[in-house]
Design a protein around this ligand. Structure first.
Ligand code: C6P
Length: 417
């Protein structure tokens, strides 16, 4: 994790100008304070333009047309794969499979690598803080195969209990899968250390990067993870763009996920052989414009610099934690140290229902998320049904945090907390 002070800070004010939606006001003329980027980020003009330009000027199916338009679309789609590979430090673009989102990426691994390699009595280690997307696919696999699941416990401030991880690793799990950054607690887990320990125990490792790849520098060769799953829509790219990174030898040895066009080498009536990776995992017509949009998003983030993105969010989070501490009866969950957490800040206000808090904030055009954040087991562990969550990104400023704090004070006054 970088604590660089050498780089010039990110100018969030200037960044905002790149996001047309942030200039919108609601019907009461209130500016939009968008604090729900952990659910899905806004999109800069560069991404909107890339999508628009694909559909307006070179929309065509890829990999099969022998005409200029299709060749251009194919080239841009594969260019986007190169950009993504560079962004996460993959050894080759072939290690990056385009999928719809993190959920699909994890299901792909569970249904291909998992079905082939996990058998009765085998152990898969997950964590109590996992999103449903990294719980349910493994539950489905475990049920089918008679395998066992175990979950690393968390400390009272929402960090993984590394001693418990070590205890579970002594059972030599087939796979350890965990969130790099928790969407509900904001915890930044020490991914490199978890990978090191898991590999020493002979396990493969899948990192759920849905909340890390958009927000901090992630290099798969530094982390040495076997798989990394992430969603484009949380990192400035269009919905329907996502990536599964896998080490090439693993991807090559895995059976296909879905069968159909594009993923084959030769089809006979009774049997087929498969294309090379990554095409083997990209059955059917892909989301071409969306992948090209992801390429544009990655270029945009790279130009900002992921160290600067991380520094900006850390500082904004520190500022937010101070402002939120001034709101009566407000409890923040997750680590107190901004160095150990992301800009996803979950909180409750007295015993006011988190949805009611979010509704009052919406009245001020402050957009936050309320609910279990697809982390029901974690909420149960915290003794909660739900939290309200504000989450920050490159375009958020201290002014946004001030508006959040002011709206929260209004909520506490209304509910007489
Ligand atoms: N979290 C939120 O927190 P998809 O829907 O496939 O793009 O991403 C799923 C996912 C997986 N892992 C983590 C850690 C996540 O945070 C998410 C998505 C969103 O608001 C929606 S629940």
């Amino acid at each position: 994790m970088s604590t660089s002070t050498l780089v010039t800070p990110l100018d969030a004010g200037a960044v905002r100008a790149d996001f047309p939606i942030l200039a919108e006001t609601n019907e009461r003329g209130q500016p939009l304070t968008f604090l729900d980027s952990a659910a899905s980020s806004q999109k800069p003009a560069a991404v909107l333009d890339a999508l628009d330009s694909y559909y307006r000027s070179y929309n065509a199916n890829i990999h099969r047309g022998v005409y200029a338009l299709s060749e251009k679309a194919t080239a841009r789609y594969e260019e986007a794969r190169h950009l993504v590979a560079d962004f996460i430090g993959a050894a080759s673009p072939r290690e990056c499979v385009f999928v719809r989102n993190t959920t699909e990426a994890i299901n792909l691994v569970a249904q291909t690598w998992g079905r082939r390699h996990v058998g009765p009595g085998d152990l898969i280690v997950l964590t109590v803080m996992d999103h449903h997307s990294n719980l349910v696919p493994w539950q489905m696999l475990a049920e089918e195969k008679g395998a066992d699941l175990a979950h690393v416990r968390i400390t009272s401030d929402g960090r993984l209990e590394m001693d418990h991880l070590d205890e579970l690793l002594r059972r030599e799990p087939k796979l350890v899968a965990f969130p790099h950054v928790s969407n509900a607690l904001g915890t930044v887990n020490d991914a490199a250390e978890i990978v090191r320990r898991a590999h020493a125990a002979g396990s493969l490792v899948l990192i759920d990067g849905a909340q890390s790849v958009p927000h901090l520098p992630v290099d798969v060769r530094v982390l040495d993870c076997d798989f990394l799953a992430f969603s484009g829509h949380k990192m400035l790219a269009p919905m329907g763009s996502g990536v599964l990174y896998g080490k090439r030898a693993l991807l090559e040895a895995m059976p296909p996920f879905m069968g159909g066009g594009s993923m084959i080498r030769k089809v006979e009536l009774g049997r087929s052989t498969w294309a090379d990776v990554p095409a083997k995992f990209e059955a059917g017509t892909p989301a071409v414009g969306e992948a090209i949009g992801l390429g544009a998003a990655v270029e945009y983030l790279s130009a900002l610099g992921m160290d600067r993105v991380r520094d900006h969010e850390r500082e904004l989070t520190a500022y937010a934690l101070d402002r939120l501490a001034e709101v009566p009866d407000l409890t923040v969950y997750g680590p107190a140290d901004p160095n150990q957490r992301s800009g996803a800040v979950s909180f409750t206000v007295g015993d006011v229902h988190p949805h009611d808090v979010a509704a009052i904030l919406d009245g001020e055009n402050v957009a936050v998320r309320a609910g279990h954040h697809c982390c029901q087991p974690l909420m149960r562990e915290l003794g909660l049904l739900a939290t309200t969550r504000a989450s920050f990104y490159v375009y958020n400023t201290e002014e946004d945090v001030d508006r959040l704090a002011a709206a929260l004070r209004k909520a506490t006054a209304i509910f007489a907390v």
